[in-house]
Design a protein around this ligand. Structure first.
Ligand SMILES: [Zn+2]
Length: 151
């Protein structure tokens, strides 16, 4: 699979930089809003005061604790993603973001939109998957033949 649609002499690296930057910043804003929303929810529990506490007491507080833990884990996960996005933005500034780890070619923008932290281009990733699959098959065959020999 060839994905080299070089479109002549437009100032494409600049617009690509802008596009990727916008993409990462949009995503960051999205996640930040989610995290802030969740934090607000957690805090709202306290602010709601008596009325909610009555309900919670009735429901059983351990369930609420579990809920809090899930929320907390979610917030933690999101903030890790935020860190990754910040890293990606730093790498973008340095010109290291969006290039394939294996072949050094630019990773298609479409792919980066779907997988912002992809480190390989589509064809390298596919080649890698095929290689891994082949390795597994060879290993499985070897396993089967040694099983046969053991008999
Ligand atoms: Zn590649």
């Amino acid at each position: 699979m060839k994905e080299k649609a070089k479109t002549g002499a437009e100032p494409k690296s600049r617009s690509r930089y802008d596009e990727l930057k916008r993409m990462l910043e949009d995503r960051r804003r999205e996640i930040q809003a989610e995290v802030q929303g969740k934090m607000r929810d957690v805090r709202a529990d306290g602010a709601w005061g008596g009325k909610l506490n009555e309900v919670l007491d009735a429901v059983e507080s351990s369930e609420a604790d579990i809920q809090d833990e899930i929320e907390f884990a979610l917030i933690q996960m999101k903030s890790e993603t935020l860190n990754k996005i910040n890293d990606a933005l730093v790498r973008l500034e340095q010109g290291d973001y969006g290039n394939c780890f294996d072949c050094g070619e630019e990773i298609a923008e479409k792919r980066l939109r779907a997988l912002p932290f992809a480190v390989r281009c589509k064809s390298c990733e596919e080649a890698r998957e095929v290689a891994e699959q082949r390795e597994r098959q060879v290993a499985a065959r070897r396993g089967a033949s040694s099983l046969f020999l053991d008999m």
